[in-house]
Design a protein around this ligand. Structure first.
Ligand code: FAD
Length: 547
């Protein structure tokens, strides 16, 4: 087990040590200093709220045309039908043979009360889909009344329901994926609806399972860099399209236990991609993934950022997740690294896309505490604190990825108008298929920049990404989901996260007990070892060797 190469006296290493302090610390303790930095003055808050209300109207108008949110509004993830559909979507693309696909559909559609959703949505499309599910359930179930229809369908020899579900998945894929190939995606970016926006193309295919897969993904990133570079007209990296990369796609054993093996190999692969991107004059951003990979990714990013061959290129960036307790300190780390390397580093601030998995993993392993916040408002507070730090940093070029009108309005208040005296240059970012309407006017009329994160790939590689998008769009706590909820007023939607967190003293969410209390009052959960932490792993390895 290799340890990190960090020198305890260096600026980035001290930030690293501070990160460890908060990694699994109690939520109120981590939040206390963040709250102060995110707090707004009365007048500032009024201005932000007024601007957010305007953005809200534009976002609502933009969302009217999309059907996914309305679909997820009807089939909520806390209903059995919503869960059945999500697990169907999750598994369907992975099933290799038609017989098993039919059994899966029958299993998932069989228990749902689809008829109770009939005609309930404002969207005609969603209501049609509901009738599709009612019929589908009748066809795959064994109810007597369906038999005549069933016989009719089977006589036509058509795998009717399977084909319909396959078509629905393709339709959903088209909403969230920019194109099957980079050429298709580049072409789609030229459509009028993307006028004024830049894109960051992500080649779908995270979590490579084999070396041939990792090589295939590496080649597709390299090809994307060349294709995007060829489209650029020589402007600065911030004016050009860019590429986003997931390290997990580039090595099949991107795991802490394999640090000594995967970190050098990944550094080499990322170096090659970064050099190609620098040569092409475009940006390259390293996406943020699961929390246990954070330290490995920082090790890799640090080595690449310090490469002499990349001097003078300000396009090498990284994403940071505000739901993580280490977020603010990672920003301090990035600022120290960029200033030491003498470069401007683009940092994309996101809230984080792996929340459900992270919570579940910590519970399953019986760990001390969670690596991320358990209340949505806590993540919002942390996001604002990080945003303030990024706007104040000298060596960070901030990118704020959000579809939340209140978050966007707060950033606009703090950064000042584009090109204004004392204003800070930054860009907004949104996902393809989400947040339509929020940024169009800001980009085309008011001079703001916005980049669209544009996944590229075929159905084979779509699955993990699609499930994250469905979870995000369907979660009760999600801003875009709440936007479509008629029971929520604008005041509730735009409530101040600092006030929300102060009202509960920054405590953990009551429905999310500590992993050790998961089965209380019956019994304590068994306590696990955090083998994804290299310090613990090192101690276990030494202890085992000594015994
Ligand atoms: P909001 O509705 O305001 O926030 C939703 C977010 O709040 C959830 O996603 C979650 O992070 C957090 N949350 C929800 N419930 C809770 C809770 N109970 N406790 C604590 N926190 C909670 N994600 C990555 O992980 N890595 C990336 O590299 C990445 N790249 C992205 C690039 C772009 C351009 C964009 C737009 C998004 C990217 N994402 C990435 C996804 C991103 O994390 C989500 O889109 C984002 O969290 C949505 O935030 P919001 O402000 O739009 O919505």
């Amino acid at each position: 087990m290799a340890s990190t190469k960090h020198d305890p006296d260096s600026a980035t290493s001290s930030a690293w040590v501070h990160m460890e302090e908060v990694h699994r610390a109690p939520e109120p303790e981590v939040l206390a200093p963040l709250i102060e930095r995110a707090r707004l003055g009365r007048e500032e808050r009024d201005r932000i709220e007024a601007r957010a209300l305007g953005l809200l109207a534009e976002l609502r108008e933009g969302q009217r045309i999309g059907w996914v949110n309305q679909f997820l509004q009807e089939y909520r993830l806390n209903s059995s039908e919503g869960v059945a559909l999500l697990s169907l979507a999750e598994a369907f693309l992975r099933v290799p043979d038609p017989e098993t696909a039919d059994m899966l559909i029958s299993d998932k559609l069989g228990d749902g009360d689809w008829r109770s959703h009939a005609g309930k949505s404002h969207s005609g499309f969603v209501n049609s889909a509901t009738w599709g599910l009612v019929i589908g359930r009748a066809l795959v179930g064994d109810r007597k009344q369906a038999n005549a229809l069933k016989r009719l369908i089977s006589r036509s020899g058509e795998p009717f329901v399977r084909q319909a579900i396959g078509a629905a998945m393709r339709l959903m894929g088209e909403i969230f994926v920019m194109g099957r190939t980079i050429d298709e995606a580049l072409k789609r970016m030229k459509r009028p609806e993307h006028k004024g926006f830049t894109a960051s193309f992500d080649m779908l295919g995270e979590a490579a399972r084999t070396f041939p897969d990792a090589t295939r993904y590496f080649d597709s990133y390299m090809w994307a860099i060349e294709a995007v570079g060829a489209e650029c007209d020589g402007g600065s990296t911030e004016d050009n399209h860019s590429v986003s990369v997931k390290l997990s796609a580039l090595h099949p054993r991107y795991e802490v236990s394999q640090w000594g093996r995967c970190v050098p190999a990944l550094t080499e692969r990322l170096e090659a991609l970064a050099e190609a991107a620098a040569k092409a004059g475009i940006g390259l951003t390293v996406d943020a993934e699961e929390s246990e990979r954070l330290e490995m990714s920082l090790d890799i990013i640090e080595q690449v950022a310090e490469l002499p061959s990349l001097k003078g290129w300000n396009g090498f960036g990284m994403a940071i997740q505000a739901y993580g307790k280490r977020a603010q300190r990672t920003i301090g780390w990035a600022e120290a690294l960029a200033s030491r390397a003498g470069r401007l580093m683009p940092v994309r601030l996101v809230k984080g896309a792996y929340w459900d998995t992270e919570i579940k993993m910590a519970q399953e392993k019986g760990l001390r505490d969670y690596p991320l916040f358990t209340r949505k408002a806590a993540t919002d507070v942390c996001y604002l604190t990080c945003a303030r730090d990024m706007l104040a940093a000298d060596s960070i070029r901030p990118a704020f990825a959000t579809h939340n009108a209140l978050t966007a309005a707060t950033i606009m208040e703090w950064a000042g108008p584009p090109g204004g005296e004392g204003s800070k240059d930054f860009e907004f970012q949104r996902l393809h298929g989400m947040g339509e309407g929020l940024f169009e006017d800001l980009v085309r009329e008011q001079g703001y920049r916005c980049r669209i994160y544009a996944p590229v790939g075929g159905h084979r590689d779509l699955l993990a990404y699609l499930v994250r998008r469905l979870l995000e769009n369907g979660a009760n706590s999600s801003f875009v989901h709440q936007l479509a909820d008629e029971h929520l007023s604008d005041d509730q939607l735009l409530a101040d996260p600092v006030e929300k967190i102060e009202a509960v003293g920054g405590t953990r969410h009551p429905s999310i007990p500590l992993p050790e209390d998961l089965f209380m009052p019956q019994r304590k959960n068994s306590r696990g070892l955090d083998l994804e932490d290299w310090r613990v792993l090192g101690r276990v390895t030494e202890g085992t060797a000594a015994s």
